[in-house]
Each structure stands twice: as C-alpha cells, then as structure tokens.
Design a protein around this ligand. Structure first.
Ligand code: G4P
Length: 190
C-alpha cells in the first residue's frame, strides 16, 4: 500500500535490526487520514468474504480495525490483554508469549460477542513472530467462528509471523512488507 510505504520511509525509525518505530502516525500519535486509507484498502481486499465482525488486539490495532469495520459495515471486537491468570467463566482466554516484548499475557474475549455463525477478519498493526495473531486465532476458534484472514499493516518478513499464521490454516494480507531493518535502514519488499 503506497501511502503507508511512503509514510514508513519518511517517518519510520529503524531502532535496530528487529524493531521499527512508527510512533508518529500509528503507535502513539495516530493519523486518521492514513488510517482511513488503510481501512479502505483492507475493506476492498476482503469485501467478498462475507465478514460479520472485525477483531483486533488492544491497543495499536484499534484505530485501523475500527475504520475497517466501519467500511465493511460490521462491528469491531477488541481482544483484551490481562496480566492475571485468573480464569473467568464468561471469557475465552489464552496465553500469548511475545518474543518482541519479552512478556506474556492472557488474551481474553467475552463469550457474548462471537458464535459459530460469525466469519471474522483479524486486523493488527505489526506482524513479527505472529504470537499475537496465533492467540487471536485460538480465541476465535474457541467461539467456533471461522476466519477470513489476518490483515496486517506492517509485516516484517525476516521474522516468522506469516509461517506461524499459515500453520494455523489462515491467510495473511499485509499492506507493507519489510525485508530488512538496521540502524537507520528500512528496506521494503517490492
Ligand atoms: P511476537 O510474536 O514477537 O510477540 O510478535 P507479534 O507480531 O505478536 O507482536 C507483538 C507486539 O509487538 C505487538 O504489539 C506488535 O504490534 C509489536 N511489534 C512487533 N514488532 C514491532 C516493531 O517492529 N515495531 C513496533 N512499533 N511494534 C512491534 P502489542 O503487544 O500488541 O502492543 P500494542 O502496541 O498493540 O499495544
């Protein structure tokens, strides 16, 4: 997606060989015009899939996912992160271990909002090693809903996220693919 690529090249900061900072338009300050364009692109890509709900994981996926849900005319479900391992009977829960952030958390979703009649689109900002996406897939399947795909704004193709998602039988559509990061260097896949 051209607009997002241009913005990453203009304002993204490669902190090191693993992490790209995009605080100016996505992770801290959010550009609504760019998010609207991103959402239209996702909606166009998934428009014939019969999607009934869009799902994201708090917090950085919320802005693009909400606008995508609006474009598709469906509701958004935000999966929540909880530090505690307490089990709640009204929630689906799964543990997600993040390599990128070196933490783990309990990903949760209410049992109220999804059932076997739903066909969902999962949207998130980054695809790194895919642990968050795999956790989201597990929760959707606990609700017996089906998955149209995972939509990602920025995929780092030198990490293993796509393989992890595909291993779960789900396709990934990413708007921008980054093949290499190094201090001060951002290389995109064409
Ligand atoms: P993982 O398997 O390494 O955990 O990768 P995953 O794709 O699940 O991403 C874990 C978290 O790290 C996600 O944020 C993701 O957005 C963020 N992340 C991964 N790589 C990068 C990167 O290069 N740059 C930035 N800015 N973020 C990255 P999260 O924990 O869901 O937090 P939030 O930002 O959505 O609150």
């Amino acid at each position: 997606m051209k607009l997002l690529e241009e913005r990453i090249l203009a304002e993204g900061i490669a902190e090191n060989q693993d992490v790209l900072r995009v605080d100016g338009f996505l992770n801290h300050q959010v550009d609504p015009i760019l998010m609207e364009a991103v959402a239209k692109d996702f909606a166009e890509h998934f428009k014939n899939e019969g999607i009934t709900k869009v799902i994201t994981i708090e917090s950085s996926g919320i802005a693009p996912a909400l606008l995508t849900a609006k474009e598709l005319g469906v509701e958004l479900i935000i999966m929540k992160k909880q530090p505690s391992k307490v089990l709640y009977k009204d929630l689906f829960q799964t543990v997600v271990a993040s390599f990128t952030k070196d933490t783990s958390y309990e990903l949760t979703m209410s049992k109220k909002f999804l059932d076997e009649n739903d066909h969902v689109l999962i949207i998130d900002d980054f695809l790194a090693y895919g642990e968050a996406a795999a956790g989201a897939i597990r929760l959707v399947r606990m609700a017996h809903a089906t998955i149209a795909g995972v939509g990602i704004l920025i995929e780092k193709t030198f990490q293993d996220g796509r393989a992890k998602v595909k291993e779960n039988g789900v396709n990934v559509y990413s708007q921008v693919k980054i093949k290499k990061l190094a201090e001060g260097v951002i290389e995109l896949e064409q």
